[in-house]
Write a new protein. Structure first.
Length: 432
């Protein structure tokens, strides 16, 4: 009997992080035979056992189990071999920035070189990694040409379609968000469009070039960064005027042309604090983009200033930060505001305690702070609380256990001021 998988198109997904693995499992459940590639052997072994290394992503484990049982998803660390067996290559290897905000291409360059060694004529290569404008064509397309000896647009096809999803709802977003697609040429665009129509069954936004598609993703993130910076500036001014910024935002946004975001103790994650530098480092060095980065990165310092205005000195005070993750309900620390808070508090010679239900004590200790379980007696020694990531576990937290707490800094304006003040704490928010 013929193997039904032989009639499916073969896809290689390079990079099995939270987005790459989700894409691979969705494709494998939509009539494609998928090779998932990752350099981490633990991830490869996990996927080949039908187990997701990505947690808290609704529906992912279930889709992976189906793909595992049907044999439509296989993981490997051999990029070259997987590519040689595939008609479509999708690249979702992240770019990172270093401490000086310079782009580190190490991992994606290595992936592209391995792709080039295995690519065959007629292959479609799609990049979903967020990239500086021009990189799909000028850095990666040309690198594939150099190594493979093939010519893009003639021997292989090239497209760019940015990922546009949100952690904890990736599968839902893949269904609901339009897919922006740009191609090297019309044939590349149509090939990529046909693929996504079958693979995701979502609406498409076809744009005129690779560069337009690349630019659009970074522009999305910059819009949010600038809007949050505006909200943070307004919040600081609201503090001066004794006005509650959350009430202002609700009132202002009742006008349909107003969409003010919410202020906070900082902006973290893989996207908003990183992607603006894809423009800043390529010539957009002055103006709102650069200024917004500065405003948002200084909000953790501003939070410490709010506390110091109340107690004058943080020296030897016991400070508890709630939330190591960069945002609520996600076990990720990239550019987390907590990392900045820790640095400021160390400079103030405070005693730093940290609680995050998503992380183990050992993981928390790696940041050179003291983990604190909310069941420990030491909660009674806490002088100051900073809410940084409002995990769902904190929604029912009984703050009365902090019998010595003087101040609670609500870095996400998520708690009830009245309820906190009824406990005898001084409540401080961002613009609140």
């Amino acid at each position: 009997m013929d193997n039904p998988n032989q009639t499916r198109k073969n896809i290689t997904v390079v990079g099995l992080g939270k987005i790459g693995l989700t894409l691979a499992t969705v494709f494998a459940n939509n009539d494609f035979n998928v090779y998932g590639v990752d350099i981490n052997e633990e991830i490869v072994n996990s996927v080949n056992s039908g187990k997701s290394h990505v947690k808290n992503e609704p529906g992912l484990q279930e889709l992976l189990e189906v793909a595992y049982k049907s044999g439509t998803l296989t993981a490997t660390s051999n990029t070259e071999k997987a590519v040689s067996q595939s008609e479509i290559i999708l690249v979702i290897v992240p770019l990172i920035i270093d401490d000086e905000n310079n782009i580190d291409y190490h991992f994606i360059d290595l992936a592209v070189e391995n792709i080039a060694r295995g690519i065959k004529k007629g292959t479609l290569v799609i990049f979903e990694t967020t990239l500086p404008t021009g990189d799909t064509r000028n850095r990666f397309g040309r690198r594939i040409e150099e190594i493979s000896g093939l010519t893009m647009g003639e021997d292989f096809h090239l497209a760019y379609s940015p990922e546009r999803v949100y952690s904890n709802r990736i599968i839902e977003d893949l269904r609901n968000y339009p897919k922006v697609i740009g191609g090297l040429d019309q044939l590349s665009l149509e090939m990529a469009s046909s693929f996504y129509t079958q693979a995701l069954n979502c609406s498409l936004v076809k744009v005129s070039s690779l560069e337009t598609a690349e630019f659009s993703k970074v522009a999305e993130c910059i819009y949010r960064d600038v809007n949050i910076a505006l909200a943070n500036e307004l919040a600081k001014y609201a503090d001066q005027k004794n006005v509650v910024i959350t009430e202002v935002i609700k009132a202002s946004n009742s006008q349909p042309f107003s969409n003010i975001h919410f202020p906070g103790v900082g902006v973290g994650g893989h996207c908003i604090p990183i992607y603006p530098y894809f423009f800043i480092n390529r010539g957009l060095q002055t103006g709102l983009v650069q200024l917004s980065r500065e405003v948002n990165d200084k909000m953790s310092e501003y939070a410490i200033e709010i506390i110091e205005r109340e107690i004058s000195s943080l020296q030897q005070k016991n400070v508890l930060i709630l939330g190591l993750a960069f945002r609520e309900n996600v076990k990720e620390t990239t550019k987390s505001s907590t990392l900045m808070l820790i640095n400021h508090l160390k400079n103030k010679q405070a005693n730093i305690f940290l609680n995050d239900p998503l992380f183990s004590d050992e993981e928390i200790k790696s940041y050179k702070v003291t983990p604190l379980s909310l069941d420990e007696e030491d909660v009674s020694k806490i002088d100051i609380i900073i809410l940084q990531a409002f995990h769902k576990q904190y929604k029912k937290l009984d703050f009365s256990i902090f019998t010595n707490c003087k101040i609670l800094l609500d870095g996400r304006n998520a708690l009830s001021k009245n309820l906190i003040e009824q406990l005898g704490f001084r409540y401080k928010g961002i613009g609140n």
